[in-house]
Ligand binder design. Structure first.
Ligand code: PEP
Ligand code: MN
Length: 343
């Protein structure tokens, strides 16, 4: 359940609610907004809502809302305001759309630096690049590992772009978090609960990608693992799902964007590169995503896609990425938004 405090509730009132939540064996989760505080009371194995009456009568409490969904902190009921947080100097979840771009894999320092300069020039706000790659075949390039993280940190120092990179195992979280500004959970790991718990305990923002065959509700439950372990800085990413269609690598679930916006307060990204698997369709689907209300895009860009060690077929060349940005800017303006300026 969620306990909504009055705008003028005193700090002691809030403290008393928290104390009562703990007394009942539930876990309090505070969300301090600019106007009022709301407090989630979440029970493991208990239906927290059975205790609603205990709270309605407490001083400073405005109302108590039961949440019957299997996710609570991720739900719209928990926060009517959209969640915003910073990755480096870039704010996610605001009216300004965030563009993340870069290679699928970090392949070398020169490759990463060159593409980072190119995407920044074209209007990207953050750099992506995998150092640990979850490849479907064990014989495909698996990433440079720690050397790749060091390259990313170097390139951030040279370009000022914050970096997002994937972490694949719970024991790797401290290492990857020591280099990255944002931790990516890949589609294949969306339901790796020990990994979700580990990033939940980290202080780094998380980009959580939807699993290949995961429902929207399963994505939100995965986000709940991260949130309930203490990390509130989670952005969700639609990256295409498996369907019977084979003309594209995956099927972009555009519906997921307005559905997630309605059901959650977390920022929503679209990855048109993995959702189509073909560079020719990336621009069109990117525009559709922004029109549908996405808060950002994550796009694969490579100087020489034909030579890429992974996902070359879906990677844009920098000039095509620049064209995509020009068109996305027009769509953003048409829906009353703008692109985050490059600093
Ligand atoms: C990636 O971002 O390169 C990637 C592997 O994505 P996904 O986990 O969505 O397949
Ligand atoms: Mn990729």
């Amino acid at each position: 359940m969620v306990i909504v405090m009055h705008a003028n509730a005193a700090p002691e009132d809030i403290q008393a609610v928290v104390a009562r939540i703990e007394e009942l064996g539930l876990k309090p989760h505070l969300s301090t907004g600019s106007e009022r505080t709301i407090i989630g009371a979440i029970g493991e194995g208990t239906v927290a809502s059975q205790y609603m009456q205990h709270f309605i009568v407490l001083p400073g409490v405005d109302r108590v809302i039961p949440i019957s969904r299997p996710y609570k902190l991720a739900s719209r009921e928990f926060s009517a305001c959209d969640t915003q947080f910073k990755v480096g100097d870039v704010t996610l979840g605001s009216n300004q759309i965030v563009l993340i771009a870069g290679p699928c894999s970090v392949e070398s320092r020169t490759q990463t630096l060159e593409v980072a300069h190119a995407i920044k020039e074209a209007g990207a706000n953050m750099l992506r690049g995998g150092a640990y790659k979850p490849r479907s075949s064990p014989y495909s390039f698996q990433g440079l590992g720690q050397a790749g993280l060091e390259i990313l940190a170097d390139v951030r120092a040279e370009t000022g772009l914050p970096i997002v990179t994937e972490v694949m195992a719970p024991e790797m979280v401290p290492l990857v978090a020591s280099f990255a500004d944002m931790l990516q959970i890949g589609a294949r790991n969306m339901q790796n609960y020990p990994l979700l718990n580990a990033v939940g305990e980290s202080q780094r923002p998380v980009l959580l990608k939807r699993g290949l065959s995961a429902t929207i509700e399963e994505l939100l439950m995965a986000a709940e693992y991260v949130l309930s372990h203490g990390n509130r800085q989670v952005a969700l990413c639609e990256r295409g799902i498996r369907t019977f269609e084979t003309a594209t690598r995956n099927t972009t679930d555009i519906n997921a964007i307005p559905v997630l916006k309605a059901q959650s307060h977390l920022p929503i990204f679209l990855d048109p590169s993995h959702s189509t698997g073909n560079w020719q369709y990336v621009g069109a689907v990117a525009r559709a995503g922004i029109a549908a209300g996405a808060d950002g895009l994550i796009v694969e860009v490579h100087m020489h896609p034909e030579r890429a060690l992974s996902d070359g077929g879906q990677s844009l060349k920098p000039e095509r990425f620049a064209e995509m940005v020009r068109q996305v800017r027009l769509i953003a303006e048409a829906v009353g938004r703008e692109l985050t300026p490059v600093s």
